[in-house]
Design a protein around this ligand. Structure first.
Ligand SMILES: *[C@@H]1O[C@H](CO)[C@@H](O)[C@H](O)[C@H]1NC(C)=O
Ligand SMILES: *[C@@H]1O[C@H](CO)[C@@H](O)[C@H](O)[C@H]1NC(C)=O
Ligand SMILES: *[C@@H]1O[C@H](CO)[C@@H](O)[C@H](O)[C@H]1NC(C)=O
Ligand SMILES: *[C@@H]1O[C@H](CO)[C@@H](O)[C@H](O)[C@H]1NC(C)=O
Ligand SMILES: *[C@@H]1O[C@H](CO)[C@@H](O)[C@H](O)[C@H]1NC(C)=O
Length: 490
């Protein structure tokens, strides 16, 4: 009896503690993360899923519906947003049957027998970016409608919602005052129809918000306003005070939705983050500062002046992607919380109880050797520029350049960096370190401070996918073309 009483009291205390925790943590759900796969050497899917779990991610957002990734997410307890690439929108908009096939193969099959917890289908990815020049404007809503119809037919529309991740540039406020927000004039009608459709189906509005891009695009953008540590000239919107761009941007969307009668629609932040290389504003310190600032708010359940409750968001992104297009800028390949090999870039408190990121386990690397410029080679050798441009075109030189991690290297350092990047990306095959009379192998790590000369990971399946191994004697015309293309970065 006494014992039971004791247990009872402890039980009550524990229950109270739990209730207290639940009350204050309330509906703060765990943070999500984007898992992009544009890598020359991707980690095995199972390794990445373990990273997701080890770091406490409860949600993951994908950009397509790769079956090996979905299989690895089986029974993981992680909620999944699968994606439909923009280049499939046309087919899916044209054909109900194509949409049904897509849902059958890429959703139903995984949900029913395989225990993948799919919650959302993202139809397209930022389809209304101005750079797409309206290509997807007329087909996004029909694709959305066909996928929704297919989910209904498959009996999945209650548990799985459709959405469209849109860039924050679909709405704007000419004065930068949130309450003045509205959809961009040239897509306003389309957006109103999409919002109505999403709302009618209980779907959220998904938006990607990028203070980094504001700073990158506009050198006079106030840097403090991009972060979460306060800003000396806050925006005052009728008594609502904005000290960070994220909140102002998010509330511009809230006002925009309110203006068309959907002020209560739920909002998912589909992408938020900061890159760590490839630009003077992209480095480890600013990446850590931005993401920690965001996570502190997120974990405190603190929203914005217009929506004070908890946020729903997916960090961008999990791992660096060395095969992404750098058309938007050299920073594109450096958004990860982790490097390409799953090594954490910095300390980050993702959940209330943790303060460090957990890296990938059991990663297999190639040998500890690097390809560098031979000490006996001359900078005046006419082959240098051609060789470097060739290497950079095939590999990744986005860490060279003003204000980047390797921006302080001298000319020889630059050349070595390019040679090594090519050599590692070609899986250290001997022929990839045969720049004519210019390159040698070394067992001494040439890394210099923050500038890391990487050793590639061992991914057995990629060997055949990379072109150009041993093809240093390409036609001179092509080399000259690449040279003209790449030379500006040297
Ligand atoms: C399923 O998704 C994959 C990856 O996005 C895509 O390549 C494939 O065409 C889809 N299957 C169908 C039947 O649409
Ligand atoms: C955008 O599309 C319009 C109409 O099709 C075309 O005239 C224009 O050249 C395009 N612009 C770009 C940058 O592609
Ligand atoms: C939104 O929700 C609030 C509180 O539940 C309610 O007062 C308001 O009328 C709703 N607005 C719309 C546009 O549905
Ligand atoms: C090395 O390359 C970077 C980026 O291309 C350039 O800014 C820098 O001037 C180069 N350094 C030398 C000494 O050539
Ligand atoms: C390499 O150097 C040797 C000796 O200096 C020279 O004979 C040869 O032509 C060079 N090869 C190339 C490809 O430049």
């Amino acid at each position: 009896m006494r014992l039971l009483k004791g247990v009872g009291l402890a039980g009550v205390l524990i229950a109270m503690l739990l209730l207290f925790t639940v009350f204050f943590m309330g509906s703060v759900s765990g943070i999500g993360v984007n898992w992009g796969t544009q890598l020359t050497h991707p980690l095995p899917a199972a390794t990445v899923v373990k990273m997701l779990k080890d770091n406490g991610f409860q949600k993951v957002k994908l950009f397509d519906a790769d079956s090996s990734i979905l299989n690895a997410l089986r029974n993981s307890g992680i909620q999944v947003m699968v994606g439909i690439p923009n280049d499939m929108l046309n087919t899916l908009a044209d054909s109900v049957q194509a949409a049904e096939n897509w849902v059958a193969k890429n959703v139903s099959a995984h949900v029913s027998s395989n225990g993948v917890d799919i919650r959302y289908v993202a139809v397209g990815n930022e389809p209304f970016l101005e750079t797409y020049n309206g290509t997807f404007e007329g087909i996004t809503l029909p694709a959305l409608q066909n996928i929704q119809a297919a989910l209904i037919k498959a009996g999945l529309s209650n548990q799985i919602k459709v959405t469209v991740p849109l860039n924050g540039d679909v709405y704007e406020s000419s004065t930068n005052i949130p309450s003045q927000g509205d959809f961009r004039a040239n897509i306003r009608d389309t957006m109103v129809q999409i919002v109505k459709f999403l709302n009618d189906n209980g779907s959220p509005f998904t938006v990607n918000i990028y203070p980094f891009i504001s700073l990158y695009d506009n050198p006079s953008f106030p840097a403090d306003y991009a972060f979460f540590d306060g800003y000396s000239s806050p925006v005052n919107d009728d008594g609502r005070i904005y000290q960070d761009m994220f909140s102002a941007n998010y509330d511009t969307l809230v006002w925009t939705l309110q203006k068309i009668g959907y002020g209560n629609m739920s909002i998912i932040v589909g992408e938020i983050g900061w890159p760590t290389d490839g630009d003077q504003n992209a480095n480890i310190q600013s990446g850590q500062k931005f993401n920690q600032g965001f996570m502190s708010r997120y974990n405190a359940g603190q929203g914005t002046p217009m929506r004070s409750g908890p946020l729903d968001a997916y960090l961008f992104s999990l791992i660096d992607e060395d095969a992404k297009s750098i058309q938007p800028g050299n920073f594109e390949r450096h958004w990860g919380l982790f490097y390409f090999d799953g090594a954490p870039k910095y300390q980050l408190s993702l959940t209330a109880g943790s303060n460090s990121l957990v890296g990938a386990s059991n990663v297999q690397y190639l040998a500890q050797q690097w390809c560098v410029m031979s000490p006996s080679a001359s900078l005046d050798d006419p082959q240098v520029a051609l060789s470097v441009s060739y290497a950079c075109a095939k590999a990744d030189c986005t860490s060279l350049g003003y204000g980047t991690s390797c921006g302080h290297l001298d000319a020889r350092g630059n050349i070595s960096y390019a040679f090594n990047s090519y050599y590692q990306m070609q899986n250290q095959v001997a022929s990839a370190c045969k720049f004519p009379n210019l390159s040698i192998l070394t067992q001494t790590d040439p890394s210099d401070g923050d500038c890391k000369f990487r050793i590639m990971i061992n991914t057995p399946t990629v060997a055949g996918e990379l072109s150009g191994v041993g093809s240093l004697q390409q036609p001179v015309g092509l080399l000259l073309f690449l040279f003209l293309l790449i030379f500006p970065i040297l």
